[in-house]
Ligand binder design. Structure first.
Ligand code: HEC
Ligand code: HEC
Ligand code: HEC
Ligand code: HEC
Length: 219
């Protein structure tokens, strides 16, 4: 029993110390020191990129991007208009949405759905699950999350600004659409790249005054 609680303590402690790196050095200063600086998670691991990319012999799971993290085999409950409970809701969504997350959303969810260990990289099974970071664990039910893997259809939805006019901080919307669809990366910059002006939580535009939302939605 004592041993078990010691292990649990070690896990919690590891999670907390991983969290200490969090405060971060500020917006636009890269991965180091950000919440995606996971270098402290695995004892002895000094690299930053390795949890997600490897220069050689990555997992190849994503088919590109030198992806090095184990994929998730989960299926998800996507955003829905709740048409089943009230048909009137079926009228709002205009963009075509994939039945399951696609593109880079799959990469984010390989950690953020909570089914694959965060340190499952380079073929290792890993030990620390996203359950250690409950706030960042989206789970498999994405119906309560902003729609993803959905076409930014500014022709059909007149409440959306024309895509060519949408700027998202360091990038323009058209640079990061994937097959015309928005994914997690439409709102988040996973690398806290130079040019970003907001650090937490990796959002591309400040949430003060809901500015991020108002870049796309004409409200
Ligand atoms: C927590 C996971 C994660 C970490 C850590 C990470 N990346 Fe990425 N990277 C991604 C994801 C997801 C994408 C694809 C989505 C995108 O482009 O934003 C990506 C895309 C890229 C791309 C191609 C697209 C582009 O932005 O040019 C490059 C190059 C890249 N990463 C380099 C790096 C380097 C170098 C490091 C380490 C300093 C690093 N990444 C750390 C997740 C990560
Ligand atoms: C339409 C924009 C948008 C999209 C798309 C989006 N997010 Fe977010 N996300 C946000 C905003 C804004 C916040 C900050 C919420 C707050 O602080 O109240 C956030 C917060 C988060 C957080 C921090 C925990 C939390 O709930 O505050 C995580 C983790 C996260 N997002 C991951 C993801 C992942 C993974 C995806 C894709 C599956 C995604 N996001 C898609 C806008 C978005
Ligand atoms: C290798 C695993 C991994 C991948 C892949 C990954 N993340 Fe994360 N992410 C984490 C962990 C772990 C945390 C929580 C760290 C903490 O709270 O200390 C986190 C935190 C976040 C947060 C919250 C930051 C904050 O300040 O609260 C957001 C937003 C986020 N991730 C978005 C994304 C998006 C978007 C992608 C894909 C483009 C992605 N992540 C890919 C591991 C990952
Ligand atoms: C990068 C562009 C973008 C950003 C930023 C963005 N959205 Fe969206 N949002 C979309 C798209 C595209 C849809 C799907 C619209 C459609 O197909 O009719 C959508 C759908 C929605 C819906 C569902 C509408 C419906 O009919 O069910 C709501 C609500 C919403 N967004 C609110 C927000 C809020 C709140 C924010 C800020 C936290 C935000 N959005 C940020 C692009 C964006």
């Amino acid at each position: 029993m004592k041993k078990v609680s010691a292990i649990i303590f070690a896990i919690i402690f590891a999670a907390m110390t991983a969290g200490v790196a969090v405060a971060g050095p500020g917006p636009g200063t890269g991965i180091s020191g950000s919440k995606h600086d996971l270098s402290g998670l695995v004892p002895g691991e000094v690299q930053l990129c390795i949890y997600c990319h490897a220069p050689h012999n990555g997992t190849g799971a994503a088919g590109g991007l030198l992806w090095n993290h184990s994929p998730s085999a989960a299926t998800y409950n996507m955003y829905t208009e709740e048409a089943a409970s009230d048909p009137a809701f079926a009228n709002f969504i205009n963009g075509a949405q994939d039945a399951e997350p696609t593109g880079s959303a799959k990469l984010c969810l390989s950690c953020h759905d909570g089914t694959v260990a965060i340190d499952a990289y380079g073929g290792a099974a890993g030990t620390v699950n996203m359950t250690a970071f409950p706030n960042a664990n989206l789970g498999l039910d994405l119906s309560d999350d902003h729609p993803i893997s959905i076409v930014y259809d500014d022709a059909a939805d007149l409440g959306l600004f024309p895509k060519a006019a949408v700027n998202l901080g360091a990038v323009n919307l058209t640079d990061i659409l994937e097959n015309d669809k928005i994914n997690c990366v439409a709102c988040h910059d996973v690398h806290n790249s130079p040019g970003e002006t907001v650090d937490a939580p990796f959002v591309r535009v400040t949430m003060t005054g809901s500015a991020l939302c108002l870049r796309c939605h004409d409200k």
